[in-house]
Design a protein around this ligand. Structure first.
Ligand SMILES: Cc1ncc(COP(=O)(O)O)c(C=O)c1O
Length: 493
């Protein structure tokens, strides 16, 4: 399905106006790099790793490249119907105006001061005292014990996810490849990694009509179909969701765990947005806690949970901090895991230090507490306000529906395209959401990502926007959006 979307995206190049084409972007970059004909190179695009070539990463795809070009055009004085590009395509909090947490930066600064360097033995899995702090954080969060030896610190959650997924590969091809169950829509790291590892994506659709929840009947449908093509080995759950912004209910998580048990699947719980919960009545339930509380038969199931410094109220993408807690692994597998981590050496110590602040923040009564709390509450309070703004505004527009942004940092509204719009997109040979997002960018400077980059049900059209621009910028963005949307509806009545 993703491959189909990729092909469709490729046709965008040929069919959109010359200034907004990916072909244009690619031709320019190829022209810049192909001074020497690629035939004279040892490594050419024809003989390179085909699995890397098949990877797609929509959040930085052609539309984002075009947004960069428009910024340059504005700088060079080209007249536009807007004054700036608003980047709502990527979950980089600081890039959109959020201030870094003072305490976190202070701790990292101290850790890099040679006079005060941490005097603690560290190994490839990460600094021991930080892994202990992670374990204490999980223990406090879940009210259940966590073992520092089950934790490894990684270069962002992405690295942890890829490390665990690598263990799950079968080393075989064809229908003996490892099948990894992933939600659709999904965060593109998963399809990209599955392509890179030559695994098989077992797509299950989230239920948009029920607030992007997860139906076990859909999991059963998806795994039954996939068994012809692969050996299903694991299920990925993103909770809170990216790009869909839902927060799973405890009963829903229990259903997923039962399904994983019945089907002998390893669980990968992507819980990087565990601090980003906004909607009333929503709460974060860790897979580890739910699984453990389900008792005998479940509490020994293999599970890897991932956390990051990049999200939450910290937004520290640049430090590349993250951790993975992998529980109930076979001891021999654990040995192999430690070996594979050791082979690439530990993650950066400043990333580890940033992770430590997240899991061991200042406590009431400590000198840094008041400022830390003020900064954290401000960020989370504003995210909550912006989640509401986005949901309400999109739902107030004709032919757009948007599920409540319960958590994470994104909304994934559906565009209900008129026949005329579908016809126009067809004539251009592009998916209608791609046409919409390019038109939006050219007319308003707003950069969002077409739903095709995350996967969506055939015949539906979405886009993903972040809720990250500052309250003022987001207000302006939604105004620009509304005007564009009205004119789009008029144009394609
Ligand atoms: C669901 C999800 N998982 C993982 C990641 C990667 O996080 P990190 O920056 O820690 O690698 C992201 C980043 O956007 C994400 O949205």
């Amino acid at each position: 399905m993703m491959r189909k979307a990729n092909q469709k995206l490729a046709t965008v190049c040929k069919n959109l106006s010359p200034s907004s084409t990916m072909t244009g972007v690619l031709q320019r970059s190829v022209a810049a790099t192909s001074v020497v004909p690629s035939r004279s190179k040892v490594l050419t695009v024809d003989n390179m790793n085909p699995f890397v070539k098949s990877m797609e990463y929509a959040v930085r795809g052609p539309i984002v490249i075009r947004a960069g070009e428009i910024e340059q055009e504005i700088k060079s004085g080209k007249s536009k119907p807007f004054t700036d590009v608003i980047r709502a395509n990527i979950g980089d909090c600081h890039a959109t105006g959020q201030k870094p947490l003072t305490f976190l930066r202070q701790v990292v600064a101290i850790c890099t001061d040679p006079q005060k360097l941490m005097n603690d033995p560290h190994d490839s899995a990460g600094v021991r005292v930080i892994r202990e702090d992670v374990a204490n954080y999980i223990t406090e969060r879940d009210g259940l014990p966590s073992n520092p030896d089950d934790i490894f610190l990684c270069t962002g959650a992405s690295d942890g996810i890829k490390t665990i997924m690598k263990l799950l590969m079968t080393g075989k091809s064809g229908n003996e490849r490892a099948g990894i169950m992933i939600p659709i829509p999904q965060y593109p790291l998963y399809t990209a990694t599955i392509a890179e590892y030559n695994a098989y994506p077992v797509s299950y659709y989230l239920n948009e009509e029920k607030g992007w929840s997860l139906d076990v009947s859909e999991l059963n449908r998806s795994i039954t179909e996939a068994k012809k093509h692969c050996i299903p080995r694991a299920i990925v759950i993103i909770n809170p969701g990216n790009p869909t912004g839902q927060v799973l209910k405890k009963e829903n998580i229990e259903g997923i765990i039962k399904f994983a048990k019945e089907n002998n699947l390893f669980i990968l719980a992507d819980e990087v947005y565990q601090h980003n919960i906004y909607a009333e009545g929503s709460a974060f339930h860790s897979f580890k806690k739910v699984l453990t509380e389900m008792g005998p038969g479940y509490k020994d199931m293999e599970l890897a949970s991932f956390m990051s410094t990049s999200k939450g109220y910290m937004g520290e993408c640049g430090f590349r901090g993250g951790y993975c807690e992998a529980v109930n692994l076979d001891p021999d597998v654990k040995y192999q895991l430690v070996k594979s981590i050791s082979a690439k050496l530990c993650s950066s110590v400043s990333g580890q230090a940033a992770m430590d602040v997240v899991v061991n923040p200042p406590r009431p009564g400590e000198p840094s507490y008041e400022l830390y709390k003020k900064e954290r509450d401000l960020v989370l309070g504003q995210l909550s306000q912006k989640a509401q703004m986005v949901t309400q505004t999109f739902n107030s527009m004709d032919r757009i529906t948007c599920n409540v942004v319960q958590g994470s940092m994104y909304a994934f509204p559906q565009l209900h395209m008129s026949d005329a719009a579908l016809e126009a997109a067809k004539k251009k040979g592009v998916p209608a959401d791609v046409m919409y997002c390019f038109d939006l960018l050219e007319n308003t400077g707003i950069c969002v990502v077409p739903g095709s980059g995350f996967g969506q049900k055939e015949g539906t059209y979405h886009f993903r926007t972040t809720i990250l621009p500052t309250v003022d910028k987001l207000t302006e963005m939604l105004e620009r959006f509304r005007k564009f949307h009205d004119s789009f509806l008029t144009k394609y009545k």
